[in-house]
Design a protein around this ligand. Structure first.
Ligand code: OSB
Ligand code: MG
Length: 372
């Protein structure tokens, strides 16, 4: 029997971050997130989280556009449609250009729903389970001072995290990385520029080669694969693509022309689990390692990322870390926690594996709409 969704409930939640998060494109103090609940004929629910930000600065999406795309374009195509499998959802909304995060929020909800129908963990349904613990790193935003940055890194290392990623931008790059390397000569370290540079900055980017970074993430424009190949040919440090990779074909092209030695896979950015698995498979075929990126998710999105990171080629520590790094209280209970080795242990509960804290969820919901 196929899967039919009879109702979609959209919820917008608002939660302040424990600490602001600054990238090359903006500083965020509080998050607005859209949750997608997909309800089946029998009353069973699956949940997804839209990973779009508060502004269309990381990519073209933001939570308001995602809400409208889900309401006006995704819901009418998917409600009461019979899906043979959750892998069919991606194609059903492929008439929509872009808007992968909005589409992916629903797609992930259907995977969760199907896992619950089969009474198995989500990681099993997607074909994961290659590891019982996933290796974790942290992404540390731009701080007001280098001293604050060093203090933050020290704290995360003490908590056991396996690798440190710092956000960089022009004016907060070579000197910041130099200071980190001086203080922490041996740690696994990388920088993420979120498209803050162009090929004109090649001499500056080459200066980063002396610091033995694991990789530099998305230094050039969000839609510019070719320039990254040009840059990589002159850089020792491996380039990892984030923003540029929206589907498996782009991943294949980027790998083929030498634009990426590593790929960051974000569930939302590639439209959900089917897209993520396709990018994962292409990378694996070419011996390109991948890791799971984050978008400051609340508990549901975080739990989906954990499931994703159990696929075999997620061999590098991802940006998946404990709930308490982001939130005073999470919308799931228990929260996501890390071990002292900087890993997250996989749970065997059904679906995405963490019970929702419905009371708290209600208290942070600022908008709700049922589509049927
Ligand atoms: O580029 O990886 C990114 C957060 C918002 C937008 C883009 C990015 C990020 C992060 C945060 O690096 C990762 C996390 O969830 O901790
Ligand atoms: Mg990134």
């Amino acid at each position: 029997m196929g899967i039919q969704v009879k109702q979609i409930v959209l919820r917008q939640i608002q939660m302040p971050l424990v600490h602001f998060f600054e990238t090359s494109f903006s500083r965020t103090y509080a998050r607005d997130m859209v949750l997608v609940e997909a309800i089946a004929e029998d009353g069973l629910s699956g949940w997804g989280e839209v990973t779009a930000g508060e502004n269309p600065f990381y990519n073209e999406e933001w939570f308001e556009s995602a809400w409208l795309i889900l309401k006006h374009y995704v819901a009418p195509r998917v409600l009461h449609h019979e899906f043979g499998s959750p892998s069919d959802v991606y194609a059903r909304t492929a008439h929509i250009r872009g808007h992968f995060m909005a589409r992916g929020g629903f797609e992930a909800a259907v995977w969760d729903l199907e896992a619950r129908r089969q009474n198995i963990p989500l990681w099993k349904l997607i074909g994961g389970g290659s590891r019982r613990e996933i290796p974790c790193g942290v992404s540390i935003g731009i701080q007001d001072t280098i001293d604050e940055l060093l203090g933050k890194i020290e704290k995360e290392l003490n908590d056991g995290y396996q690798r440190i990623k710092v956000k960089i931008k022009p004016g907060w790059d070579v000197e910041a990385i130099r200071a980190i390397r001086k203080r922490f000569p041996k740690i696994l370290l990388m920088g993420d520029a979120n498209s803050a540079y162009t090929l004109k900055d090649i001499d500056l980017l080459k200066q980063l080669d002396e610091f033995d970074l694991m990789m530099i993430e998305q230094p050039l424009a969000h839609d510019e694969i070719y320039d990254h190949a040009e840059l990589q040919s002159q850089l020792k440090t491996p380039i990892c693509l984030d923003e540029c990779i929206r589907d498996a074909h782009q991943a294949e092209q980027a790998i083929r022309i030498g634009a990426a030695k590593i790929i960051n896979i974000k569930l939302g950015r590639v439209g959900g689990f089917a897209g993520a698995k396709a990018v994962h498979d292409v990378a694996m075929k070419h011996n390109i390692p991948v890791w799971c990126g984050g978008m400051l998710e609340a508990g549901i999105g975080r739990a989906h990322n954990i499931a994703l990171a159990t696929l075999p080629n997620f061999t590098l520590p991802g940006d998946i870390s404990a709930s308490k790094r982001y939130w005073k209280r999470d919308i799931i209970d228990p929260w996501v926690e890390t071990t002292s080795n900087g890993t997250i242990a996989i749970r065997d509960d059904v679906g995405f594996g963490y019970p929702i804290d419905h009371d708290f969820l209600k208290s942070v919901t600022v908008r709700e709409e049922t589509l049927s």
